[in-house]
Design a protein around this ligand. Structure first.
Ligand code: NDP
Length: 499
């Protein structure tokens, strides 16, 4: 018989959280939604909890509450108090780190080592943006000639919060994606309505309680779980929302843009990827084998910056593939609560079907399977880490975001960096990428040639709180993290005074 959490224990706080009702957070209070859904542990398929869902009416109430908080207590708060309040939020999050970590493990399926890391990063991010509040600053500029010619004058700029931000969060790193939107928005002085994914509603609700416990005024943070096409769509369309920030698929990103047209709200998009990994003949394979493997298999491959297209130079191709296959076979698949687990389940049965469809298509297209290629024979949505060689850029395996543990290796015969870059850049996406070489010159020349918002050298996906992240091409609009993440929630106002 399948045991809840595969027989692993959860903390008493997590058990107590699961037992409480999971309602909507509107204007500082937990309220009933229009409907209910259930969320499951993807490692066992067992139901974790029922949660309330909202539609257009609940979104409307949340937006009005956010507007009132923006024009009221949050908007009037001094920057010193806003800084202190965000640091307090970070401390309360830290005090509930086990709860936040375990909720993302059981709701999303991620291994403990990833969930623990992302919770710690979330606390760091709230502190980082709390520190940035005091540094929000405009500039002084020379006044316009027609004024300055007549009289003394002064021109300066103010950075002001955009207003009410709608934030639509996906399921692949639920807490982390909520925080990387929420923290800069609050630091800028905005108020927010967060729409988590229906697949992973829980950590956002725990965060909502933490926001209340930290003492943020009512309406500053509102959380509306619900179906994307209803709650998400209503949020993206709402005329009272000044900015929408979305992370998810490129297809839904297009719908967000359409929905935002009504009031021309500002839009940030962090969309899909199909990131290239270039392994040169002089690469240190002791680094590259585990690094390239985890470029694909980190988070079960459900990772927008996953490096899933491997361009392996012929000189090292066979040794690299042999090492990657051995690494894939050595991964420990299991429940994320088991500390030994290095790869968890995929998010849902439907998504597993989709990933298996890509695997079957790759076999039919003539790619050579060297590892995995099948489900694990147990409950839950487990797919073995999978590697195909003999791939080319025409295959769907090389072109489409699979969002699963599936790597495609293409052998490259040339040393010409422009030719390699042309292969790497033959994609509509441009989110991440990496180059593996011992040659400093090759490394930086290749980094320059790869058309994406983020490139790593001898590592992959080296993102950080203070490092801007976002996409070229169809991987998105704008940047998150760092100063640019804060700028995305600020307007610039220029003021000229005739003195
Ligand atoms: P979506 O892009 O559809 O979902 C992302 C978020 O958008 C969720 O909160 C979802 O809500 C919401 N949403 C869905 N439809 C709408 C809409 N019409 N208006 C407003 N919000 C909406 O991704 P999926 O979950 O369907 O996953 C499909 C594929 O997307 C994956 O296989 C993967 O390739 C890609 N993806 C990429 C991510 C990334 O980080 N780049 C993250 C997640 C997925 P709900 O979950 O309730 O439907």
């Amino acid at each position: 018989m399948i045991q809840p959490f595969d027989g692993h224990a959860i903390a008493p706080e997590t058990a107590a959280f699961l037992a409480r009702p999971h309602r909507l957070l509107i204007n500082g209070a937990w309220v009933d939604g229009a409907g209910e859904m259930e969320t499951r542990d993807p490692a066992t398929g067992l139901v974790l909890a029922q949660f309330h869902t909202g539609g257009a009416a609940e979104v409307d109430r949340a937006v009005k509450a956010a507007r009132a908080a923006f024009e009221g207590p949050w908007g009037r708060m001094t920057v010193a108090d806003r800084t202190a309040m965000l640091h307090k939020l970070a401390r309360v999050m830290d005090a509930h780190a086990t709860l936040l970590t375990e909720l993302d493990i059981i709701d999303n399926g991620m291994p403990h080592f990833i969930a623990g890391l992302t919770t710690a990063n979330c606390v760091e991010m709230v502190d980082y943006y709390a520190g940035a509040v005091m540094r929000i600053a405009g500039t002084t500029i020379a006044p316009p000639r027609h004024i300055a010619a007549e009289t003394e004058a002064l021109t300066y700029t103010l950075r002001e919060p955009i207003g009410v931000a709608g934030q639509i969060v996906p399921w692949n790193v639920p807490l982390s994606t909520a925080i990387l939107k929420l923290a800069p928005a609050l630091a800028a002085g905005c108020t927010v309505v967060v729409k988590p994914s229906e697949e992973t509603p829980l950590s956002a609700l725990a965060l909502g309680q933490i926001v209340l416990d930290a003492g943020l005024p009512a309406g500053v943070v509102n959380i509306i779980n619900g179906v994307g096409a209803q709650a998400g769509q209503a949020l993206a369309e709402h005329p009272g929302v000044d900015k929408i920030s979305f992370t998810g698929s490129t297809a839904t990103g297009r719908r967000i843009v359409q929905a935002a047209l009504g009031n021309l709200k500002k839009v940030s998009l962090e969309l899909g990827g199909k990131s290239p990994v270039v392994v040169m003949p002089d690469a240190d394979l002791s680094l590259a084998i585990p690094g390239v493997a985890m470029a694909t298999f980190f988070l079960q491959g459900q990772n927008c910056m996953a490096g899933t297209r491997i361009f392996a130079h012929a000189a090292i191709h066979d040794e690299l593939v042999e090492g990657l296959a051995a690494f894939a076979c050595s991964m420990t698949l299991g429940h994320g609560l088991d500390f030994a687990t290095t790869q968890g389940p995929l998010i849902s049965a439907a998504h597993t079907e989709k990933v298996m469809g890509y695997i079957e298509r790759a076999k039919a297209d003539g790619a050579t399977l060297v590892a995995g290629g099948e489900r694990l024979d147990r409950a839950g949505n487990f797919v073995k880490p999978t590697i195909f060689t003999g791939c080319d850029n025409a295959m769907p395996l090389m072109r489409e975001e699979i969002f699963g543990p599936v790597m495609a290796v293409q052998r490259i015969e040339t040393d010409d960096l422009d030719a390699i870059a042309a292969l790497a850049n033959d994609t509509p996406f441009g989110l991440s990428g990496s180059v593996w070489t011992r040659d400093l010159s090759t490394a930086h020349r290749m980094a320059k040639r790869i058309r994406s918002g983020h490139v790593s050298i001898n590592c992959h996906g080296a993102v950080g709180t203070n490092i801007p992240f976002g996409g070229y091409g169809q991987s998105g609009w704008g940047r998150e993290f760092g100063q640019e993440g804060l700028d995305a929630y600020l307007e610039t106002k220029a003021v000229t005074a005739r003195l």
